[in-house]
Write a protein that binds this ligand. Sequence first.
Ligand code: C2E
Ligand code: CA
Ligand code: CA
Ligand code: CA
Length: 276
Amino acid sequence: AKEEGKNQYRFYDMTLNPNAKESMEIASSLRRALEKDEFLVYYQPQVEARSGKLTGLEALIRWRHPAKGLVPPNAFIPIAEETGLILPISERVLQLVCAQSKAWQQAGLPPIRIAVNLSARQFAQKDFAARICEIVEGYGLNPSCLELEITENMAMKDEMQTVLQEIRDKGFLLSIDDFGMQYSSLNYLKKLPVHKIKIDRSFIGGISRDRKDEAIIAAMLNIADRLGLTVIAEGVETREQLEFLRANNCHAIQGYIFCKPQPPEEIQEWLRRSNI
Ligand code: C2E
Ligand code: CA
Ligand code: CA
Ligand code: CA
């Protein structure tokens, strides 16, 4: 019945939504992009707030379109989600990340944990934990090389608790992305088997401009600390934001203030220079 509702929605969409034609065109070029291997991954450094030392990277997909150039994820991930193409695309991302991690290892660079964004669809697959393990081990890597980012919506369904626990038991790190943006019932923080929360960029933007955002960030940091969770702030762009986060004992920072997402060749230099 759920599937039926979805199809009806799509039908409605296609007849009345002026962008539906464009969406269908994107979907068919996404299929082609998979065949032609047009997806690539950029990486953005995550650093320790106190020292600026590199602690990890986030993998962020890009699409090298033959005519449009480099396409950002917001322009195609929603359509990929809608059409189910997110599954093969996500698998491709995982392969690219594992291959990159392996290549860096073989080049003698220090091992670095890479955070990967998961989609709700991936996560809903029953054999998900086993599947992802198979990919990682296929590259001769350990699950602890990867951190998996999920959103609150994905994590909060009761039936997901077992999947999360399975993933965690296999040794992957788990973090909650865009924390504070969806149904943040604090009660769930108690139940969720996660290691880390990522404070959403929209709160960070309010630092030194909006006392309420500052209060919310301080409260998140406080509660995370008491629950033994690591916190990373994302979208940190200014000195004031960095100083506020340091003063409130935020563990890690990701943002343009340190580095934008970069292709692997640039990141390699970062890895070499940062001397972990
Ligand atoms: P996200 O997971 O919240 O990723 C963080 C986004 O914030 C990235 O945008 C990053 O470039 C951007 N960002 C980081 N620091 C700053 C900053 O200081 N200022 C500003 N203005 N932006 C900053 P990006 O790469 O365009 O990705 C957008 C979204 O697309 C991601 O948001 C994520 O939801 C999705 N996405 C990216 N890669 C994947 C993927 O491999 N799989 C899935 N399912 N989704 C992905
Ligand atoms: Ca993310
Ligand atoms: Ca995020
Ligand atoms: Ca986001």
